[in-house]
Design a protein. Sequence first.
Length: 103
Amino acid sequence: MRVENLLLAILLMAGVTYLIRVLPLVLIRREIKNRTVRSFLYYVPYVTLSVMTFPAMLSATSTTLSALAALAVAVVLGLRGCKLPVVAGAACLAVLLVEFLPL
């Protein structure tokens, strides 16, 4: 790839990223009062993180069974209100135990 094309690609990506961040600030000047829109915007970061994490989690282990075991443990502990280090450690332990089971 030539240097000019690489520079053009970087500038184009920077421009798109800048526009995505600036347009809401320019177009929306008042507080959003619509409950539906506020609720949607509240959950966007959680959904985005979930969508990026879930597929990677299922393919991070050597077997799908150990990934599903870790997912089940993490969901149960997360819903019970455990802190993140506890949930992550228990999920890792679940993977370790399932990986060493003779199946």
